[in-house]
Design a protein around this ligand. Structure first.
Ligand code: 5GP
Length: 228
């Protein structure tokens, strides 16, 4: 049982559908806040400053690094991305959960900083062709950027062992059901409770059934097909 706020850290190779899954969870559960990262990368069409990211100049990012404002920051795809510490502390103190969309380096740093209050989830694509086509369908990125993202995606896959839960996103609905089960059982426990109007035992079974599909074996197959 865990009614105290925690960090739900979600990573995946670009193109595995992580954003769709996490945004839906955020819409559905009021107990969750989104950690809006800071980045020096250019804003894409449709992205909102202060909502999807805080888009900042290099000088601003430098100043924040110097002032120790980041819980973690890294260079990803040639741009800097960082998570501010203050909103995390505010959410946890208020008993709220925070969801993070960060790469494996950020996930590791956050889990090191909040070891008891973190849960790391990795979203896997069904196959590499799907990953590549999802990346290419993002017409907002140039071809060389897409190639770089594909290489980084394969690299990112190699870190699946660092995560607590693996979810294969072959189809959105079942993947979302597992993510929901993982989130709610971490927050409220694996057994039905009179004070929580959620089918926790059933949700724990969804989580167990997902583990029984051996998503780690799927990750190993993906990595083997990328390197062969
Ligand atoms: P994109 O530019 O496609 O939005 O994100 C690129 C990558 O940067 C994704 O893997 C995303 O999870 C990661 N990312 C976004 N924000 C942060 C952050 O604050 N810290 C770290 N370490 N990675 C981040």
């Amino acid at each position: 049982m865990n009614d105290r706020g925690f960090l739900l850290i979600v990573s995946s190779p670009s193109g595995a559908g992580k954003t769709t899954l996490t945004r839906r969870l955020l819409r559905e559960y009021d107990s969750l806040d989104f950690s809006v990262s800071f980045t020096t990368r250019p804003q894409r069409p449709g992205e909102r400053d202060g909502v999807d990211y805080h888009f900042v100049a290099n000088a601003t990012f430098d100043r924040m690094v110097e002032d120790g404002e980041f819980a973690e920051w890294f260079v990803v795809h040639g741009n800097r991305y960082g998570t501010a510490r203050a909103p995390i502390e505010a959410s946890l103190a208020a008993g709220r959960d925070m969801i993070f969309d960060v790469d494996f380096q950020g996930a590791r740093a956050l889990a090191d900083a909040w070891p008891r209050d973190s849960l790391r989830v990795f979203i896997l694509p069904p196959d590499l062709a799907t990953l590549a086509s999802r990346l290419r369908s993002r017409a907002t990125d140039a071809a060389d950027v897409i190639e770089r993202r594909l290489r980084k995606a394969i690299d990112e896959l190699g870190h699946y062992t660092e995560y607590d839960e693996l979810i294969v996103n072959a189809e959105l609905e079942p993947a979302y059901r597992v993510l929901t089960a993982v989130y709610l059982t971490r927050r409220h426990g694996d057994h039905d409770r009179p004070d929580v109007a959620l089918p926790l035992t059933e949700l724990a079974a969804v989580k167990a059934a997902n583990r029984a599909t051996d998503p780690a074996a799927h990750a190993r197959t993906l990595i083997a097909s990328a390197t062969s």
